[in-house]
Ligand binder design. Structure first.
Ligand code: AMP
Ligand code: ZN
Length: 462
């Protein structure tokens, strides 16, 4: 039985879906004004794991991760670059798809873009206005009237009155209440705008997600996810917007399970663009081997539980790479037969039990390590097959073992095979000094040689 820690209610709950066998899942995606950083990658990877795992359990998952392609930061950056907003967002969207692919993330079923859903946003704003839950302010903006929504604060556990008391003297005097938030921003010079019954303007950030979610998945969904920073106010506001359009007293919920991934930190501080303490995923991958890099970062990100903070440091990545190498060396020694996952197998069952407990990847990884040790003992092709099949449910071990252990870095500059042949020839000619020199040179370059019976030598990256 799958359980999920639901932020709404703050406890683990048994997962049941609206439609049997089907999951509707929405995750807040990137704001495409720059390359995404490894903190964003943490959240994306966590939900890719959820997507893969629920699929492995047999659910048909409709997984939406949106693309925010209109927002203040985008407009600012496009103006600073002196380029049209659409050019910037097109380039960054493409980079986002490239980077997520390198991280072995599956493409979501749908990747809606905010600018393609302006009509849907306006429809919700109109519905809210008709119900008296949105109002046109004197400055031309349209605001959500938080006082009209009873459940405000239920997700974040915040009390609206305390929030109000904590507000500084309202800077935006056009609001009726300090907690009201903007749904539609009146047009300003040098900003993109769309015509509407509220006048020319552009959407606020929160309404984008309510609209894309409804357009692609419908009024009610099973899982809504994002990073912890989005819990308040973004997700609280999404609930207010979507549930604000439902009939009062209907008891209808927008999303049944709210999941939040904890932060990736650096020097014990949240990695973020605004603090400037970030590394883009691209930078990190470019420092790693092209064959090993994506899976290494993925392993590092999933080794911790998605609700635990993780600290980013270079030696953690090296540590993750070493663990992965261990798996691939075992899989190279004993090529796997294709097996169909049998959940009754004790290892598979233990793995599944871990994953069903709110996606406990650290416990699931422990099972993979047990299997690796078992494989090294037994050299059984079936055990190798089971290891590969279980790994696959989380997106691991799908590289060719021989290619993974060798990696690709430097192999262009350094012809390893030629050096290995030269060394073996020197050995055969009893020129052991030369043979040793070559072995030492390869070792300095991070290559380990393994002499096999029959005079064969294999090599791998350290
Ligand atoms: P953004 O592009 O800033 O809208 O963020 C995209 C996603 O990354 C959101 O779900 C954020 O919650 C998440 N995110 C941002 N910073 C971090 C971080 N340091 N650790 C984990 N997730 C993050
Ligand atoms: Zn969102």
């Amino acid at each position: 039985m799958q359980t999920i820690y639901n932020t709404l209610g703050r406890q683990k709950q048994t997962f049941t879906t609206i439609e049997p066998g089907k999951v509707r899942m929405y995750v807040c995606g990137p704001t495409v004004y720059d390359f995404f950083h490894i903190g964003n990658a943490r959240t994306f990877t966590a939900f890719d794991m959820v997507y893969r795992w629920l699929t492995a359990l047999g659910y048909e998952v409709n997984f939406v991760r949106n693309i925010t392609d209109i927002d203040d930061k985008i407009i600012e950056r496009a103006n600073a670059n002196n380029e049209p907003m659409e050019a910037l967002t097109a380039r960054m969207t493409e980079a986002y798809f490239e980077d997520t692919a390198r991280l072995k993330l599956l493409r979501p079923t749908n990747s809606p873009r905010a600018t393609h859903h302006i009509e849907h946003m306006l429809a919700i704003i109109k519905q809210l206005e008709d119900k008296g839950m949105a109002y046109r302010a004197t400055n031309g903006d349209v605001y959500y009237a938080v006082r009209e929504f009873e459940g405000y604060g239920k997700l974040s556990g915040k009390n609206p009155d305390e929030l109000r008391a904590g507000e500084r003297v309202a800077v935006e005097t056009a609001k009726r209440d300090p907690l009201d938030f903007v749904l539609w921003k009146a047009a300003k010079p040098n900003e993109p705008q769309w015509p509407s019954i509220f006048g020319g303007g552009r959407p606020g950030w929160h309404i984008e997600c309510s609209a894309m979610c409804r357009a692609v998945l419908g009024d009610q969904i099973d899982i809504h996810g994002g990073g912890l920073d989005l819990q308040f106010p973004h997700h609280e506001n999404e609930i207010a917007q979507t549930e604000g359009t439902f009939d009062k007293g209907s008891g209808k919920q927008f999303a049944n399970y709210w999941m939040h991934a904890a932060f990736l930190n650096i020097d014990h501080e949240k990695m973020s663009k605004s603090l400037g303490n970030f590394f883009t995923l691209r930078e990190v991958l470019n420092k790693l081997d092209v064959i090993q890099g994506g899976e290494t970062v993925r392993y590092f990100l999933l080794r911790g539980h998605y609700r635990s903070e993780i600290n980013y440091a270079w030696d953690m990545l090296e540590d993750a790479r070493q663990s992965l190498l261990g798996f691939y060396i075992a899989l190279k020694e004993t090529p796997a037969t294709d097996v169909k996952l049998d959940w009754a197998n004790p290892y598979a069952l233990k793995f599944r039990t871990a994953m069903e407990d709110d996606f406990d990847t650290p416990a699931a990884f422990t099972v993979l390590h047990e299997l690796r040790r078992e494989l090294n003992r037994s050299k059984s092709a079936e055990t190798a097959g089971l290891l590969r099949a279980l790994g696959a449910t989380l997106g691991f071990f799908q590289n060719m073992p021989a290619a993974f252990v060798q990696g690709a870095t430097n192999t262009a500059q350094l012809d390893v095979d030629a050096l290995v042949n030269e060394r073996n020839a020197a050995k055969r000619g009893k020129d052991f000094a030369r043979a040793d020199t070559i072995r030492k040179q390869l070792d300095d370059d991070g290559i380990v040689l393994e002499d096999k019976p029959g005079g064969l030598t294999e090599w791998r990256r350290k």
